[in-house]
Design a protein around this ligand. Sequence first.
Ligand code: CDP
Length: 243
Amino acid sequence: MVDYEKKELLYRGKAKEMFATNVSDVVWVHYMDQVTALNGKKKVQMTDKGTTNNQISSLIFSDLTANGIPNDFIKQIDANNQLVKKVQIIPLEVVIRNFASSSFERKFAVDHLLKFEQPVKEFFYKSDKLDDPFINDSQIKALNIATQQQLDQMRDLALKINQRLRTIFAAMQIELIDFKVEFGLDQTGEIILADEISPDSCRLVDQKTKESLDKDVFRKGLGELVPVYKTVLQRLQKVEGHN
Ligand code: CDP
């Protein structure tokens, strides 16, 4: 058993900090007690937010591993920290939508939560400076961000993740409206799921009450965010047999 030591800060994002470790291809991720929206313009510190998201994302990534989705998760270390495999992040946000919401709803003037026959797949270019613009396949290739084969692989993996997430959330009496994932290249050049999957990156609605159980609570000022995230965690722990 290797004893992992936290070394220098590699990167500070909006909700997580990444540190090097004593093992070259292993990264230490610290989930911060911070929530941001509007590309970081709205930022608030919240006790237990990091812990809750770390636990949610760790459980989901473990479940995805067990279901054959390659990803960077190694293990949860403690309340706020986990270890992941080092990857080179592909600067794309892959969004899958099962129902219309937010930017899709505004762009096409359709009803809120219009149900799609097939999931909608979208790519956005990860750039704070440009406000993460929508990007299509030929634009991605023109900018040498990914090859067609890599794009097809990311879409295919995102759809598989969608299927599994919908199953998990359905067992929690939650509807998965949409979500965002990020992929990276591992040391062998394979595409694997990276980053996190949590109520920060998914839109979740309670099947019975129709209440939001995700970051929309913060974005729209609907109430306290951490208790809502804790509800999601408790339901997830039950479904994953962790309590
Ligand atoms: O919510 P917003 O209008 O900013 O964007 P969207 O394109 O409707 O978001 C689709 C899904 O991706 C939602 O579940 C968002 O929470 C998630 N997302 C994210 O996690 N990070 C972003 N930078 C943008 C969207």
